[in-house]
Write a protein that binds this ligand. Structure first.
Ligand code: XUL
Ligand code: CO
Length: 437
């Protein structure tokens, strides 16, 4: 088999003292932490769109990425040529999963029928490489935001024929995901929103969006696909407002349209911050509804107001994420998909490896630290104690919904003015820092 990355060795774990840029300092796939191996906890995924298709352009300049294996064409042969490159990348990086949009892996044809034929051919090839390497599909999706036909939305387009085109793409992307054993199927509605309310019937658009999701759920049942559906929140960009703007908006939409039994959320760090939330906030909202499915692992830039999709390197943040993943008992169908790209200046193929090794090590450290914090128990004990007044007496009656305003009025008038214990934020921050060293 020819090597596309001849200068890059297969990564090994060498421990924290290593200075080898192609070795893990913290990610040790088979090391057991709290009863599971690191690879079982972290379930890393690589994004086909960033690894294979991102040319590293920005709004002011053309792409810079060197991709000697790619002839730059939109041909089926070029799409086939990328596949062995991607699997060599996955193998050398010890990344077990991947994710794709239909249009990342396979080009549009002259007709929609030809487009679907292209996808079938590519899926056949991906299946072969999955079988040979043991790599797995974390989730698939359809790209319903790049082509000009989707400029005014796909499921929320004012044109029913565009809706039908989108539905056709979803049907085939779902079937491809099913055939490849994909553990999930994601909806990210990049254009499912509006540029201005002057021309928008929001209620109709939301009804249509829900109709599309119901059609996908029905089709999954029909073909026997039992993977998990996800919605990926993001507030804007490319549209002015996206209906799936944050975790709370998605959950409300899913509840309103009777879809909550079929969907969980795929939460992305940079989307959380664009929504004006922390990642922890978005995760807690989802976990509270038992709806955290998967994570698109990346980070934004504090100084740039758009989706910079940088690799996660901040151990404080990865610790916060892993505290929550451990707290909910781990991923089931989901994982940590690196929806992240190199900077435009990092244009050499080897930068793909530096980027992913950094993200994997940052999450491995986050996992180890989060596990220690959980074992220590002081953080969770503090939070339990903070709400202990709801465990008995009048608090337990409030929590159980078995009291009334009359009873609370009588209680409040019979007691001394309430005293508040400290929230101890700084003490808790110090506990986290104790474990970061
Ligand atoms: C865009 C984004 C998407 C989704 C999949 O910001 O995150 O790549 O993850 O469509
Ligand atoms: Co994403």
């Amino acid at each position: 088999m020819s090597e596309y990355f001849p200068t890059i060795p297969a990564f090994q774990y060498e421990g924290p003292g290593s200075t080898n840029p192609f070795a893990f300092r913290h990610y040790n796939a088979d090391e057991v932490i709290g009863g599971k191996t690191m690879s079982e906890h972290l379930r890393f995924g690589a994004a086909y769109w960033h690894v294979m298709r991102n040319e590293l352009g920005d709004p002011f300049g053309a792409g810079t990425a060197l991709m000697p294996w790619d002839d730059g064409s939109e041909s089926l042969q070029n799409a086939l040529n990328r596949i062995p490159v991607f699997f060599e990348f996955l193998e050398k990086s010890q990344i077990d999963y991947y994710c794709f949009h239909d249009r990342d892996i396979s080009p549009e044809g002259a007709t929609l029928t030809e487009t679907h034929k292209n996808l079938d051919r590519i899926v056949q090839e991906l299946e072969k490489f999955q079988n040979e390497t043991g790599k797995k599909l974390l989730w698939g999706t359809a790209c319903l935001f790049s082509h000009p036909r989707y400029a005014q939305g796909a499921a929320t387009s004012p044109q029913a024929d565009v809706f039908a085109y989108g539905a056709s793409q979803i049907k085939h992307a779902l079937e491809a995901t099913h055939r490849l054993g994909g553990e999930g199927y994601t909806f990210w509605g990049g254009r499912e929103g509006y540029a201005t309310l002057l021309n928008t019937d929001m209620k109709r658009e939301l009804d249509h969006l829900a109709a599309m999701l119901h059609l996908a759920v029905d089709h999954a049942k029909k073909i026997g696909y039992t993977g998990q559906f996800y919605i990926e929140p993001k507030p804007r960009e490319p549209s002015t407002h996206q209906y799936d703007s944050d975790s709370a908006a998605c959950l409300n939409f899913l509840r309103e349209y009777d879809l909550l039994d079929h969907f969980k959320l795929n939460i992305e760090t940079n989307h959380a911050t664009l929504a004006g939330h922390t990642m922890e906030h978005e995760l807690d909202v989802a976990i509270g509804a038992n709806a955290l499915g998967s994570i698109d692992a990346n980070r934004g830039d504090e100084l740039i107001g758009w989706d910079t999709d940088q690799f996660p390197t901040n151990v404080y943040d990865t610790t916060q994420v892993m505290l929550r993943v451990l707290g909910m008992g781990g991923f089931t169908t989901g994982g940590l998909n690196f929806d992240a790209k190199r900077r435009r200046e990092s244009h050499e193929p080897e930068d793909l490896f530096h980027a992913h090794i950094g993200g994997m090590d940052a999450f491995a450290r986050g996992l180890k630290i989060a596990h220690k914090i959980a074992e220590d128990g002081r953080m969770s004990a503090f939070v339990s104690e903070r709400y202990a007044s709801y465990d008995s007496g009048i608090g337990a009656e409030i929590a159980a919904g078995s009291t009334s305003l009359d009873a609370l009025d009588a209680h409040a008038q019979s007691i001394k003015a309430p005293q508040l214990p400290s929230g101890r934020q700084e003490m808790l921050e110090n506990i986290i820092n104790d474990y970061l060293v």
